[in-house]
Design a protein around this ligand. Structure first.
Ligand code: GDP
Ligand code: MG
Length: 442
């Protein structure tokens, strides 16, 4: 997803990260590259201009932060501005205080309305709602059948009146049917045209006036790039779109739509479509996409990577131990071994937001020799000491240092690092529980 943009932005910023001190020219040069990267990704010219200006101003007059190098600080600014550009934080669906919640799905033909309607219905069903889908596209041949087939597939009822009917009447009758059967969410799948046209807009406006939707979700194809932004503007002007679903982000899109729609129209992107298969719709998280684009802080992918290497069972046991606060030095040793398998550890650690702020960890060089010494220290401890490092008083520390051929200082360091790691792992397992469930869409 958005690989081209990610690569060029990361390349532009990598040079800054490597420098200890930044001159104004360094920042200018990097901003030139950032600008080109965004333009190549088909981001709106004015949006690019404003964006670069904001980053430049903040980067040059930057607050000094002790935990980050100036280069890292610029990366952080870009991350924050990218997140802000895409809407800041996740925007959720507005639910009616008195059910049913009515959602109108609108957009051009082929944008993915029907597919997205089914995905959204499935998300609701998974969250213990009772959705009803309404087939209000009477123009496209077999559009009603398409929705009915999807309904059967995901076990969600579909309301329709047949092809000769007025879509506005179908929508109204659909909402009435939802009340009758006790459905608490009504998803109205509407017709689209190949381009924005007056007759369609009038029909949608009439429908909106009749059913008073809580949400008007505009489905747009991310592959359309800047055209998607124009479509969004057109729909928003007429209907007051409450949220955008950006589909086909799984395809080879350059990213322009994702980065521009919110800034230009003011409409938040609420969901993204990531495939043709009917799976729960994915919520849109600006911060996660920004961190994915910049290749840092993506806790989700970090956890995924970690889980590939750590065998499932070990991971589970560790999580259990962490929850019960039984993470011992033996586990730490095991963790170090697993961590070695994952590749460059500093890179891995840098992906966890805030980790470089943990004292002691930043100046750890995770080379083989270092690891062997740490292992030796742990192995020189008694099982009791490993299980409960609190008992490590001065004389025990001296004994372990002698036993493993290191200085007492190194033993102290290791124990400090263990404590840091313990804290981090605790946070880590908390994050896993909060973010780790995929498809938690709503
Ligand atoms: P509608 O005309 O707006 O109702 O669009 P449809 O839901 O019929 O979808 C049009 C085409 O786009 C179909 O072939 C879908 O399978 C495909 N499609 C919809 N959403 C996505 C998506 O998120 N990713 C991909 N790759 N294809 C999608
Ligand atoms: Mg359709």
């Amino acid at each position: 997803m958005l690989e081209g943009l990610a690569n060029s932005l990361q390349r532009a910023l990598a040079k800054l990260k490597a420098k200890g001190k930044l001159t104004e020219e360094d920042v200018q040069e990097a901003m030139r590259e950032v600008r080109l990267a965004l333009l190549a990704a088909d981001v709106n010219v004015k949006v690019v201009k404003d964006f670069v200006e904001r980053v430049r101003a903040r980067a040059i007059g930057q607050e000094v932060q002790q935990s980050l190098t100036p280069g890292q600080q610029v990366v952080k600014i870009v991350y924050e501005e990218l997140t802000e550009l895409m809407g800041g934080s996740q925007t959720r669906l507005r639910m009616a205080p008195h059910p049913p919640t009515v959602v109108m799905m609108v957009g051009l033909q082929g944008s993915g309305k029907t597919t997205t309607t089914a995905k959204l219905a499935l998300s609701f069903r998974r969250h213990q709602h009772r959705p009803l889908m309404v087939a209000a596209d009477v123009y496209r041949p077999a559009a009603i059948r398409q929705l009915e087939v999807l309904g059967r597939q995901i076990d969600v009822p579909v309301f329709s009146l047949g092809e000769g009917e007025d879509p506005v009447r179908i929508a109204e009758a659909g909402v009435a049917e939802a009340r009758r059967m006790g459905a608490d969410v009504v998803l109205i799948d509407t017709a689209g045209r190949t381009h924005v046209d007056e007759a369609l807009m009038q029909e949608l406006e009439r429908m909106q006036a009749q059913v008073h939707p809580d949400e008007v979700l505009l489905v747009v194809d991310a592959m359309m790039g800047q055209d998607a932004v124009h479509v969004a503007e057109a729909f928003h002007t007429r209907l007051g779109v409450t949220g955008v679903v950006l589909t086909k982000l799984d395809s080879d899109t350059r990213g322009g739509a994702a980065l521009t729609i919110r800034a230009v129209t003011g409409c938040p992107i609420k969901f993204v479509g990531m495939g043709e298969k009917i799976e729960p719709l994915e919520a849109f998280h600006p911060d996660r996409l920004a961190s994915r684009i910049l290749g840092m802080g993506d806790v989700l992918s970090l956890i995924e990577r970690a889980q590939q290497a750590v065998d499932e069972q070990t991971a589970k046991e560790m999580e259990q131990k962490l929850r019960q606060a039984r993470f011992t030095l033996d586990d730490f040793r095991q963790w170090l071994q697993q961590a070695q398998k994952l590749g460059p550890l500093d890179q891995l650690l840098s992906m966890i937001p805030g980790v470089n702020k943990l004292k002691g960890i930043e100046n750890l060089s995770w080379d083989d020799k270092r690891f062997k010494r740490m292992e030796a220290i742990i192995l020189s401890m008694t099982p009791e000491e490993r299980a409960n490092p609190d008992v490590m008083n001065a004389s025990r520390r001296r004994r372990v240092a002698n036993g493993s051929g290191v200085t007492v200082r190194e033993v102290n360091q290791l124990l400090n690092q263990f404590e840091q790691m313990q804290q981090m792992m605790k946070r880590f397992s908390g994050l896993g529980r909060r973010f780790g469930r995929r498809g938690a869409a709503l």
